[in-house]
Design a protein around this ligand. Structure first.
Ligand SMILES: [Zn+2]
Length: 992
């Protein structure tokens, strides 16, 4: 359906707001998404990263939750007792800093609230209290989730500042500390100098996780009293240094750094201060003053020249770079450029007679190359040092040398070592000899939400979770190796993160959250209190946070929660009578809570966006490995890509943020859900647009109409003794096919593929079926159509739940489709021949159209000849031989067949035909070939004769005569001897 026709459809047929409201009410009244322990039913426990309530949800937030909900609904229909709960993450500084921005009357923030999210002024003024912000957006997000139709068990809802939750997190932290996984000490962290706080992904603009790198600083002597330090990630290349690079256009400073006089950039001096070095600036100097002079290399005891290079960035390292032209494409190219730069050479009175020193061997480069950097620069045809291809060349060479490189044998200390080993050895060597030190820096530019660029700070007395612990890493690998990751291609990203994770700051001095139990000055930060809370969902409905005993019911009071309670319920430790007494609850209740945990845990599926792979999801793995027994380790992680708006990243500055609830008001939840899920496969970024939403909505109208005009078939009793025609068998078989394809796609959460077949491919089937019936003048109100529609609506219902509930009711059902069974394949309805029957008819119509188009004939008589039985014999033999091959050897096959008594004469006389039949088979999909090998005999006359009326109506007028003959028939009309061209599944056609 085209976009233009959309607006012509009367919208009155479906009132999205009304059906949304109607079904939300019915679901809630009947409590169909509330899940309780049922010993006889298999459970499925599915969770999504809980939202951070510092703004309403916009369209971009919806994808992960919608995917998780569709997954939950699918599993529910598959017969599982599904638990899908939700909580709210208040922890951390962003909500607090937001209230500070309101206090300081930050117009940008206030305008965002007023103009994008339409929040009344009165409410904004209450945002001076951080908790008011959180409560407001919490309710807003929750309402949006309900309007989206998420099948959540809301009885288990909590926030991370609830008293009971804090008790739970305190228990988690004491547990980690007992296991020796938490320590205090000096460690580098990403840091906001303005807020005086460590920063992680949640605190930065664009949600960027700060990544730290550790340079080796190599100290070169300059004029006896000074040090010129260069920062490198490749200390193993130190024996290949030929010169240093200085940027002649920038200023440097002489600074006293821990009693040495260093020449570095001002920017570097600032960074060193945060790394707890004593830095005071003595004087400034211009870069050009250093050009042409020499430094002393303390390792090799030789003098090296300082040359000018514009690629040197004052913000990177110390602002001075060591040059290894044999192995660094930038260094090599800068030397080439310098040799041509006559002006500079004259100005600084220099000559450049550098020979690159090769120190690393790889198999990919021939051993006589003197400079691998030179060869790669030449192969990329690089023009000069500003050429962007230089970056690509550098990455390629570095990666190749890192993975395959060996240091040349005659190199001191590190000769014959791999690059990886040599790097570690040289780092130690340089630091131990006192000719260098180390320096941390941010790998990426990270800006705090307050607007300040972040730095690396060496924090003292900071509390850390030690993700670098080798034993712990091993457990994390074991966990992930036994876990399903969807899609599988993202697994490598997880193992990389486990590889590089080290100590991580886990507490802050400000923000909302739980105090560190043994050091009350600190508050546990948001990526540390969100890693095992999935277990808390199984407790939260049994706990009350208020101490009001009036409405206590059969619940445990937060004040009475102690470690013994969590130890018993989550780890099975301690005696139940003792724990019940301490917790002031009955043994019965305690055991009920323990049973709930045993029943629902572990998590069967954890859903999250891809941006949480390097932090939250990996911490989730680590912490489960540390705290829980192996049978309680999570079973699956599902990761999805993000959402673009009309091809662009959503951002305030682009003004393309659409609040989710506004979109629901405008278009209804189902169309929004389908657009989010259908526009991309799981890991890709989906491209959301309202044109797509409109297109999908009109598709839903179409489905609605196609079903409502056949309303009677759902209520009237059907006559099963109807004569069963070929197209009925086909339809029945197609339904099985669709169920099977859709189910396997949904199992792997390939939702785009599933929706493509439900929304679009099923229409092709329906149209064909109706066409076939119509040509025979037969009524289409029948049991097959009923089965088709019921199947379609069931398959669609996890994705468009309101719409499908409404139709399910129109179909005369008194139950919820949300609780109906997912369609199962009925093998008895799978008829192999039906697919080839209908395809033969479709292909024949296409072929006739082609012929009449080319010959410009108006046909009066059409003769269709099906292949001889001998050709079928040959076809079967060929099929058997090349069933799953992508090519076939004609000569070999011929040799075989001329010795086969059944077909040898025929084959000898018709080699060309054999060739054509081989091509016919190779052009078919494996699925088709496999099916045809299973068919014993196939008579093309049957379907073609059955479709005679359709052929006539499709090709011409009622006067058209269509005759169908077998090539074998003796009384066929074949004036032009066309029948000999017939091949199996490719009948010959003759038109008069
Ligand atoms: Zn800041």
């Amino acid at each position: 359906m085209t976009e233009n026709s959309v607006e012509k459809i009367p919208n009155a047929e479906i009132n999205w707001a009304t059906i949304g409201k109607k079904w939300r009410k019915k679901w809630s009244e009947n409590r169909i998404f509330e899940s309780e322990t049922q010993s006889l039913k298999k459970k499925y426990f599915l969770t999504v990263a809980y939202p951070y309530p510092n703004s309403p949800q916009h369209v971009g937030h919806g994808r992960t939750y919608t995917l998780a909900d569709a997954h939950a609904r699918y599993k529910r229909m598959k017969g599982y007792n599904v638990l899908f709960p939700m909580g709210f993450h208040y922890t951390g500084t962003p909500i607090v800093s937001m209230s500070q921005r309101i206090k300081s009357n930050d117009m940008e923030l206030i305008e965002t609230f007023e103009q994008i999210y339409k929040i009344p002024e009165k409410i904004i003024s209450s945002f001076l209290e951080p908790e008011k912000i959180a409560r407001f957006f919490h309710e807003e997000i929750k309402q949006g989730m309900k309007e989206m139709g998420y099948s959540i068990d809301w009885r288990r809802e909590f926030t991370t500042i609830d008293k009971a939750y804090s008790k739970f997190i305190s228990w988690q932290f004491r547990n980690l500390r007992k296991k020796g996984l938490i320590a205090q000490g000096s460690h580098p962290v990403g840091w906001c100098p303005q807020d005086q706080n460590p920063v992680s992904q949640h605190d930065t603009i664009g949600d960027i996780e700060p990544e730290l790198i550790e340079y080796v600083l190599v100290k070169f002597k300059f004029e006896e009293q000074y040090i010129i330090p260069t920062a490198t990630l490749r200390p193993e290349t130190i024996f290949g240094i030929t010169n240093l690079w200085i940027n002649p256009h920038i200023n440097y400073v002489i600074a006293l750094v821990n009693d040495e006089k260093w020449i570095i950039t001002k920017e570097a001096a600032k960074k060193l201060e945060f790394l707890n070095m004593n830095v005071s600036i003595i004087s400034e100097m211009h870069g050009s003053n250093l050009i042409g002079k020499y430094v002393f290399d303390q390792l090799r005891k030789e003098h090296l020249p300082i040359y000018p290079a514009t690629f040197v960035d004052p913000n990177n390292g110390t602002g001075i770079v060591m040059s290894v032209p044999a192995h660094s494409p930038y260094d090599y190219q800068a030397l080439v450029d310098l040799r041509k730069d006559v002006d500079s050479l004259r100005k600084y009175n220099m000559t450049v007679d550098i020979v690159p020193i090769r120190i690393i061997h790889t198999d990919t480069l021939s051993s006589n190359e003197s400079s691998p950097a030179e060869s790669i620069v030449n192969s990329y045809s690089i023009k000069d040092q500003s050429d962007p291809k230089l970056e690509e060349a550098t990455n390629k060479l570095y990666s190749d040398e890192f993975h395959n490189g060996i240091l040349l044998p005659d190199i001191e200390v590190i000769g014959n070592l791999s690059v990886l080993k040599a790097r570690d050895t040289m780092r130690e060597e340089i630091i131990n000899k006192g000719i260098g030190t180390s320096m941390y820096e941010l790998k990426n530019a990270v800006i705090c939400r307050c607007g300040t660029p972040c730095v690396v700070k060496l924090l003292t007395n900071q509390w850390f979770i030690n993700y670098g612990d080798e034993k712990w890493k091993k457990l994390a690998y074991e966990l992930i190796d036994n876990m399903e990751i969807l899609p599988e291609e993202i697994r490598q990203e997880f193992t990389n993160v486990i590889d590089w994770l080290k100590e991580r700051a886990c507490a802050r001095k400000s923000g909302l959250g739980t105090k560190l139990p043994w050091d009350n000055e600190w508050i546990i930060e948001s990526l540390a209190d969100s890693v095992i809370y999935m277990a808390y969902y199984l407790l939260s409905n049994h706990i009350r946070n208020d101490s009001d005993t009036q409405n206590s019911g059969n619940k445990i009071c937060a004040d009475d929660l102690g470690d013994s309670f969590f130890d018993y319920v989550l780890l099975g430790k301690n005696d139940s009578h003792l724990v019940a007494k301490e917790s002031k609850i009955s043994v019965q209740l305690l055991e009920k809570i323990r049973n709930d945990f045993l029943y629902y845990y572990p998590v069967d599926s954890r859903h999250s966006g891809r941006d949480l792979v390097p932090n939250h999801l990996t911490f989730f793995i680590f912490n489960h490995a540390a705290i829980f027994t192996k049978d309680k380790w999570p079973r699956q992680i599902v990761v999805n890509g993000s959402v673009l708006m009309e091809g662009k990243k959503m951002s305030k500055s682009l003004g393309n943020i659409i609040p989710l609830r506004h979109a629901i008001d405008e278009y209804g939840a189902d169309s929004i859900r389908l657009t989010m899920l259908a526009s991309a496969e799981i890991l890709q970024d989906s491209d959301f647009s309202f044109d797509l939403v409109k297109g999908i909505r009109s598709k839903l109208f179409e489905i609605y109409r196609s079903i409502t005009i056949h309303k009677d078939i759902f209520t009237l009793s059907q006559n099963r003794t109807d004569h069963i025609e070929l197209e009925d068998l086909w339809m029945s078989s197609r339904i099985q096919h669709i169920i099977s394809d859709t189910t396997s796609a949904v199992e792997k959460l390939r939702i785009r593929e599933a929706l493509h077949s439900i929304l679009y491919l099923m229409d092709n089937d329906l149209q064909w079926y109706q066409k076939r019936k119509l040509a025979k003048n037969k009524s289409i109100s029948n049991i097959y159509l009923k089965e088709f529609f019921e199947t379609r609506i069931k398959l669609l219902s996890p994705f468009a739940p309101f719409f499908c509930e409404e139709i399910w009711e129109i179909m005369g059902n008194n139950s919820f489709i949300s609780l109906a069974s997912w369609p199962e394949v009925d093998d008895s309805k799978n008829k192999l021949k039906t697919e080839d029957n209908e395809r033969l008819i479709q292909d024949t119509i296409i072929d006739i159209h082609k012929i009449t188009k080319v010959t410009k004939m108006i046909p009066k008589k059409i003769m269709i000849y099906t292949a001889s039985s001998m050709k079928y014999k040959l076809y079967k033999k060929l099929l058997k031989r090349i069933e799953s091959q992508s090519t076939a050897n004609f000569g070999v096959l011929m040799k075989e067949f001329v010795n086969d008594n059944e077909i040898k004469d025929f084959v000898k006389q018709n080699p060309e035909l054999v060739k054509k039949m081989i091509d016919d088979i190779l052009s078919e999909s494996l699925e088709v070939r496999c099916r045809r090998t299973k068919i014993d005999s196939f008579d093309e006359l049957i379907p073609l004769q059955d479709a005679r009326s359709l052929l006539i109506s499709e090709i011409g007028n009622d006067q058209l005569e269509v005759n169908i003959f077998s090539e074998d028939s003796s009384d066929k009309y074949d004036p032009k001897q066309k029948s000999k061209y017939a091949r199996p599944f490719k009948p010959a056609i003759f038109i008069e």
